[in-house]
Design a protein around this ligand. Structure first.
Ligand code: NAG
Ligand code: NAG
Ligand code: NAG
Ligand code: NAG
Ligand code: NAG
Ligand code: NAG
Ligand code: NAG
Ligand code: NAG
Ligand code: NAG
Ligand code: NAG
Ligand code: NAG
Ligand code: NAG
Length: 626
């Protein structure tokens, strides 16, 4: 792992948010490091984004269903993720909220959240069962980073020193676009089975997937895979949820025989019922033991194409990066499921590094990082195009971020102020992830279709159609400065000026826009926080002026870096003159208000952060408090 330590320090020191974060006890169990509004479970892509609501009056993982997190935040779109354990003939529910005859809820003892994992500890009879969700992060491998795969792994451990009979089970269900994969109607669904290199896969998909469409923010073109290594005692079944779960509860094994040799489901009408959901289940009867090994289920939400993009050369179809490795989950099963050991080791080291670096600032900061890293990385898809030679072009990497929480100035794709907020995380991990998100913004705005003198808010309003957004808007200073600041941040972190060099004319035009408009922003908006924030209605905002002037200072650095020294000294001279005027206008009796005009609204001058992060030294020490 190559984390960028020097930038890390700045990121950690400056973006620290103060939250009250302590290990909390909610009901019967402890949550560490703190009890958040929602706990990440299977969280790896805009469509594989499953959370357990918490907060006040939190439910245990086996008292509530996981929910899908969409643009409006997490809501009642259920992701049926169910798991159970049988111990000495008693059947316990571990995850999900299904009522199954003769199944009792295991007692949840603890929840632990780290940057890449969420684990639950349950007491089931004389055994403790640890069930952990893992979202792989491998900074050096775009296949792993792009693959919408999460792992659920469990271990069982005796609490009385004696051995006990143990069987473990997990399933996913899919139908009616309230479940995984958004299959609109069972009549349209295919269900299948595959056996490859020691791994078994159950999957379901819409028969005629509608490309680039969404149903309730979910993707109807995704194929849901549940996979597992074919270890001793492993069985699987596809059927109605209640039947499959009851089968496990009673028999500790499933009726594996429902498929033909060719992997086709023998009796589709079995699933054609309004009395339940088609369910993919996988179980392992571990037998009599004191300590189990690690039992792993793999959940993948596969897409075969994912983004249409308004490139400089016209509309382009883009595909998930991982397809460059292989088209099918079964064909990459050795990599997906078989990579688990490496991915777990890697995740532990990332968890430890993020925690240690966060603790260097404060306990609270380390805690908030544990919750947020997956959220950032799962909001995007890493894509490639088909090259002129008809092959996957892995040199053409672009990422597309879905606005997963209705934040920022627009709900659009690669919303620039959302990217800006996430950028420190990319700089910490690997600034290439940020560059892949900037690339399509630059590419689109270099096309004749884009004529505004300032930067766009996003590259399309409805995910996954990144088909451009040429509409005038009021965030010209904010977004132009954000683009320049992020570009220079990437140059500082990577030493790579390729992106800036390719789009220098565009960057320079934004620099000129900032020069002419930043000092007195008039009615220009800054990042919209929420309607109730007074600063949304302010004019001539001091904090926005600061963003524009710092953007100009960053532009000077980019010009210098690329050897355009005249541009550089021109931009720098203007930035210095403007910051001096800003001080005269904004600093009144040692105070800065949020608007030059309204000397009564105070707030956080968070845009000072960029001056520090980029080491510009533009804003005088007397204004900064750090
Ligand atoms: C807490 O949640 C449970 C269901 O999980 C509900 O029955 C109960 O009324 C809630 N209590 C409060 C105080 O909201
Ligand atoms: C589950 O086990 C892992 C080690 O494999 C540990 O890091 C984690 O804290 C455990 N979770 C709970 C809730 O005890
Ligand atoms: C999967 O394939 C392996 C090797 O070809 C075979 O031994 C095994 O029986 C197969 N399992 C199932 C469930 O078809
Ligand atoms: C994206 O555009 C296609 C047409 O190219 C349309 O069919 C689809 O519904 C759009 N997707 C969304 C989510 O609006
Ligand atoms: C348990 O297995 C037996 C025989 O394999 C089968 O007849 C029975 O239906 C299963 N039980 C349940 C509840 O499915
Ligand atoms: C499901 O049932 C409907 C009517 O209830 C029928 O039209 C349809 O063909 C059935 N589909 C399958 C796969 O059996
Ligand atoms: C998977 O691999 C097999 C054998 O290498 C090949 O025939 C098949 O087309 C591949 N399937 C996909 C979907 O890539
Ligand atoms: C990336 O990961 C994939 C699958 O996990 C593996 O097959 C591939 O060799 C890895 N590539 C590199 C460059 O490590
Ligand atoms: C692959 O993409 C790169 C970057 O966009 C481009 O320069 C190159 O020409 C492309 N290669 C092919 C074969 O299309
Ligand atoms: C911004 O301030 C300038 C200079 O005081 C003033 O002329 C202008 O009207 C103000 N704009 C708005 C929208 O308040
Ligand atoms: C800002 O303006 C909107 C409508 O223009 C209004 O509804 C809102 O109350 C105002 N907010 C404040 C804090 O004044
Ligand atoms: C601040 O002052 C301006 C005029 O100076 C007034 O219009 C506005 O209502 C005041 N806002 C607050 C929050 O007091």
């Amino acid at each position: 792992m190559h984390l960028n330590r020097s930038l890390t320090k700045v990121f950690l020191a400056l973006s620290s948010i103060v939250v009250g974060a302590v290990a909390q006890s909610s009901g019967q169990w402890t949550t560490s490091p703190f009890n958040p509004p929602a706990i990440p479970l299977a969280v790896k892509s805009p469509y594989l984004n499953s959370w357990l609501p918490q907060g006040k009056n939190a439910s245990a993982a086996n008292e509530a269903w996981a929910t899908f997190w969409n643009e409006a935040g997490f809501d009642d779109l259920i992701n049926t993720l169910y798991a159970g354990a049988n111990v000495d003939g008693v059947s316990y529910r571990l995850l999900g909220n299904a009522e199954v005859p003769n199944v009792i809820t295991a007692q949840q003892l603890a929840v632990v959240i780290t940057a890449t994992r969420t684990s639950f500890l349950f007491k089931a009879g004389a055994m403790e069962i640890n069930a952990t969700f893992l979202s792989p992060i491998d900074l050096n491998n775009l296949t792993t980073m792009s693959r919408p795969t999460t792992y659920l792994y469990m271990t069982a451990s005796s609490t009385d020193g004696k051995s006990h009979e143990v069987a473990l089970y997990s399933d996913v269900s899919s139908r009616n676009f309230i479940e995984w994969g958004a299959v609109p109607d069972l009549a349209d669904a295919t269900v299948g089975f595959a056996n490859d290199t020691g791994f078994l896969h159950l999957f379901t998909a819409a028969a005629q997937p509608a490309r680039y469409s969404e149903i309730n923010q979910q993707s109807p073109s995704a194929t849901v895979y549940l996979s597992m290594q074919e270890i001793e005692g492993m069985t699987f079944e596809v059927g109605l949820d209640s039947n499959v779960r009851a089968n496990f509860a009673v028999n500790s094994s499933l009726a594996s025989a429902a498929f033909t040799q060719g992997g086709e489901f023998i009796d589709p009408s079995l699933l054609n019922s309004t009395s339940g959901l088609p369910t993919l289940g996988m179980a392992v009867d571990l037998g009599d033991l004191r300590e189990s090994g690690i039992v792993v289920w793999t959940l993948t939400l596969m897409e075969t194409s994912n983004i249409q993009f308004a490139s400089v050369d016209g509309i382009q179809h883009r595909y998930p990066y991982y397809l460059s490795e292989s088209l099918s989950v079964p064909n990459t099963s050795a990599n997906i499921a078989g990579d688990f050991d490496n991915i777990l080791l890697n995740s532990i080291s990332i968890d430890n590094a993020v925690r240690a670096d966060g603790l260097a600032v404060s306990q609270e900061y380390a805690d908030i990082l544990a919750l947020s890293l997956r959220q950032v990385m799962a909001s995007m898809e890493i894509t490639i195009s088909v090259g002129s030679d008809g092959q996957w072009n892995t040199s053409d990497v672009m990422s597309f971020m879905k606005n997963m929480g209705n934040l920022g100035s627009s709900v659009g794709i690669n919303c620039v102020d959302i990217l800006y907020s996430a950028f420190p995380a990319f700089m910490y991990l690997n600034s290439a992830f940020g560059r892949y998100l900037l690339e399509p913004l630059f590419n689109y705005q270099d096309s004749p279709a884009y004529t505004l003198p300032y930067a766009a808010q996003d590259i399309g309003t409805v995910y996954p159609n990144a088909t451009g957004n040429p509409n005038p808007h009021m965030f010209g200073i904010e977004e132009s400065a954000n683009m320049i600041i992020m570009t220079y941040a990437d140059i500082l972190a990577s030493g790579d000026g390729g992106l800036a060099s390719q789009h220098y004319t565009l960057l320079k035009s934004w620099g000129s826009y900032l020069l002419n408009n930043s000092l007195l922003p008039g009615e220009s908006y800054t990042k919209r926080l929420a309607p109730e924030f007074a600063e949304d209605n302010l004019t001539n905002m001091t904090n926005l002026a600061l963003k524009g002037i710092i953007g100009l200072g960053a532009m000077a650095q980019i010009s210098d870096f690329l050897g355009f020294v005249e541009d550089g000294s021109d931009f720098r001279g203007n930035a210095e003159a403007m910051i001096a005027k800003w001080q005269q206008m904004a600093v009144i009796d040692d105070q800065v208000f949020l608007s030059y005009n309204a000397q009564n609204v105070t707030g956080l001058l968070y845009n000072l952060y960029a001056d520090k992060m980029l080491e510009l030294g533009l804003v005088p020490q007397s204004v900064r408090i750090f």
